[in-house]
Design a protein around this ligand. Sequence first.
Ligand code: GGG
Length: 359
Amino acid sequence: MAPSAWIREQETEPSILDVTTRIALIPGDGVGPEVMAEAEPLIDWARSRGHRLETVRLSYGADHYLSTGETLPEEAYADLRDGFDAVIFGAVGDPRIPDGRHAEEILLRLRRGLELTVNFRPCQPLPGLSRQGLHLEVFRENTEGAYCLQGSTEPGRAVDLAVHTEVAVLRLLEVAFARAQARGCALTLAHKANVLKHGHGLWVRVFQSLQAAHPDVPARGMHADALLCALVQDPAPFGVIAADNYLGDLISDLTAAFAGGMGTAPSLSWAPHRPFRCAVLAEPVHGSAPDIAGKGLANPVGMILSTALLFRHLGWESEAETVERAVAAAMRDGARTRDLGGSLSTAGMGAAIRDRLSG
Ligand code: GGG
């Protein structure tokens, strides 16, 4: 290409900072709004560093459902899908709605509707916590399996179906293989194909087909029960673990416990094939924890680290690293919420982290 044409292309191409990123904030229920309040200043901070950002707060959750009967209205969902780039989500779940209908129609709807197949749940203990040096990452399929919401209850009999599709399994496993390859670490598939011959049989077949294409990745399948036993005994040899929705949910709660518990565990879900404008959702692993809601007892670290994962996904590596460094510095300096044996409130921990943002 001639230099002048190249220069014209450079001039007309919008710089990444010229593009407005639209982020929907859905605090949800219980401790969701409290931890979201500690993520929002980070978005303002990213804006102050030149990123063009617009946030819109959406109040869907238990209170909205109980007062209006609405969970996530179709128009709101369509606007979110086509008019936003990302979602930051707090938590859903409320004892006033024992069947969890609103949670299902908000969070599972977003995960499934936006085809957020990949749920990434890293576990790296922060400074001052036990198991230093551990670096485990769980890749959980996020849209189907036992969470496909198909089943029935009859007198004396209840059925939950688990639907696994080759497309979703392949999408999840391709990301897990690529990550293990990039990290140069082992990849383990958790399954129970000895019993769940159909669904998990499919997982094993797809896994084996990718093994052939990635001879440099030390990859193996393990029965999930044996894997859990091995993890409890010594998680260090594991690098990346891939699993279906149900097993991934359980395994990632165990790995969260290795790194300080649910309060510190971040997650990011995304659609690798980008079917819609909105293709990524950040949320802490923890739920709404209604027993401690409104008391300033929730640990905001999971939410803050999820926000850092979102920054990285959006290409804002410097902001992601700065936030992660600030969390590590606060922990190194002894900042702790009650769940980690300290006395800081949710807001106090958020402030301790923000005080250490630099760079
Ligand atoms: N941030 C994850 C989330 O909200 N998950 C939903 C959930 O687990 N809800 C049940 C609960 O809050 O107890």
